[in-house]
Design a protein around this ligand. Sequence first.
Ligand SMILES: Cc1cc2nc3c(=O)[nH]c(=O)nc-3n(C[C@H](O)[C@H](O)[C@H](O)COP(=O)(O)OP(=O)(O)OC[C@H]3O[C@@H](n4cnc5c(N)ncnc54)[C@H](O)[C@@H]3O)c2cc1C
Length: 262
Amino acid sequence: MPRGGAQTTVNALAGYFASLGGIVYTSSPITSLEGFSPHTVLVCDLSPRQLLEIAGNRLEPEFQRELGRFRYGPGAFKVDYALSAPIPWKAADCARAGTVHLGGTLEEIAASESEVWQGKHPERPFVLLTQPTLFDPSRAPAGKHIAWAYCHVPNGSTFEMTERIEAQIERFAPGFRDCILARHVSSPALLQTMDANLVGGDINGGAISLRQVAFRPTSRLYTTPDPSLFLCSASTPPLGGVHGMCGYHAARTVLQKIRFRP
Ligand SMILES: Cc1cc2nc3c(=O)[nH]c(=O)nc-3n(C[C@H](O)[C@H](O)[C@H](O)COP(=O)(O)OP(=O)(O)OC[C@H]3O[C@@H](n4cnc5c(N)ncnc54)[C@H](O)[C@@H]3O)c2cc1C
C-alpha cells in the first residue's frame, strides 16, 4: 500500500512521465477525435463503448459492430468509511490483513456472485474490504481509521446495497456499525460519473468470459482498422487490474506497427 494513498502512485508515474518530457492534461474530456491529424498516433485508454462514441466515424462498420457486441460485467457498489476505531473482527487474523474478502463459505460466495449475473442483488453479498490505516496511519487523524468496501451488483444497478454490505461486515465484526463516523456511497452510476471507463459500474473494463479473455475487445486486441488508432485499457488483455500490463503490451504493439508503417 502506498503511503498517503493510491494518488501517490499516480503522482510517481506522472512525475516520471514528465521527466521524460511528457505532458499530462487533467479535467480535459475528449468527446471526439476530430481535430487530431489522421497521422497522429492515438492510444486510447477507453472501453469499446466510449471508443465508438468518440471515434466511431474513423472505424469501419464491421469493426463498429464487433465493438458493439462487447459485453460489460457486473457493476460495483462501493462505500467509503471514516471509523473511530479499527474494525473489531472476530477473527484476529483479519485485523492483520490489508484486504479482507467477506463471503462465508465457498458455496455462499458462488451463490452470491451467480445471483448478480442473473440480475439479482444478493442478500449476503461477497464483500471486498480494505483497511489501509492499519498500515498507513497518515491517512486518518491520530487514532482514527478509514476503510472501504464494495460488492458486485448487476451492471447499471440503482439498488441501494449499503445496508447489506454493512450487515455482512457486522456479521464477521460485531460492533462495526458503532465505529462508523461517516460514510460515502458510490453507486455504479456515480462511479461512472467519476470515471467514464467504469461503464455501468464495471471496474474491470468488460465481462470476463472465455471469449472476452482471448479476444478482448476483438481479435485485433490493441489495434483497430485505423493504423493510427490503438486501445490500451482494461478492455484489452490481460484484463482489468492495476498491473499496467495492458498499457505495456499496447505500447509494444504501437512501436512495432509504426516502425513498419509504409
Ligand atoms: C473501487 C475499485 C476497486 C478496485 N480494486 C482493484 C484491486 O484491488 N486490484 C486491482 O488490480 N484492480 C482493482 N480495480 C480495477 C482497476 O482499478 C482497473 O482495472 C484499472 O484501473 C483499469 O485501468 P484502465 O487504464 O483501463 O482505466 P482507468 O484506470 O479507469 O483509467 C481511464 C482514465 O481515462 C479517463 N477517461 C475516460 N474517458 C475519457 C475521455 N473521454 N476523455 C478524457 N479522459 C477520459 C478516466 O477519467 C480515467 O482517468 C478497482 C477499481 C475500482 C474502481
